[in-house]
Design a binder for this molecule. Structure first.
Ligand SMILES: [Zn+2]
Length: 141
């Protein structure tokens, strides 16, 4: 069975090498669905929704109302550093695919042992850039 919780944040970003409008700084109301797969325990729980919240929400607070800047976007990073504007540095371009990977990695990095101990077998991450466009990754824990 799969249990999931949705998180939302607002952020600006750009894809510097993009040939069309995505190269310009613009914003999204991001939505992320985090799924946990496993068999329900004797109480009927796969995972407590509160546990999902405490695992994911600290990262949402860090990224919300920031500009997501790719580590390689030196030009934009320099401007934000000069102005002391808030940004969220990503080790790669801020595509929906890469945000999926980023969240998957940071959630697993901190919680893999605990999730395994609680019989979670897989985690799925869906990142929506818009209402109609998302990337999805599912991986064994
Ligand atoms: Zn975009």
């Amino acid at each position: 069975m799969i249990v999931a919780k949705t998180f939302k944040w607002e952020a600006a970003h750009r894809i510097p090498w993009h040939k069309e409008k995505c190269k310009h700084l613009h914003g999204h109301s991001y939505k992320m669905v985090v799924e946990f797969e496993g068999e329900p325990d004797e109480k009927g729980f796969v995972i407590d929704f509160n546990d999902i919240k405490s695992m994911v929400e600290p990262f949402i607070k860090q990224i919300d109302h920031t500009t997501i800047i790719s580590n390689s976007d030196i030009e934009l990073k320099e401007i934000f550093d000069q102005k002391a504007w808030r940004y969220f540095l990503l080790p790669y371009d801020s595509s929906a695919e890469n945000l999926c990977l980023f969240f998957l990695n940071i959630i697993l990095e901190k919680n893999r042992e605990n999730l395994r101990n609680n019989r979670i077998t897989a985690i799925g991450i869906k990142v929506f850039e818009t209402e109609t466009a998302y990337a999805y990754i599912k991986q064994s824990v």
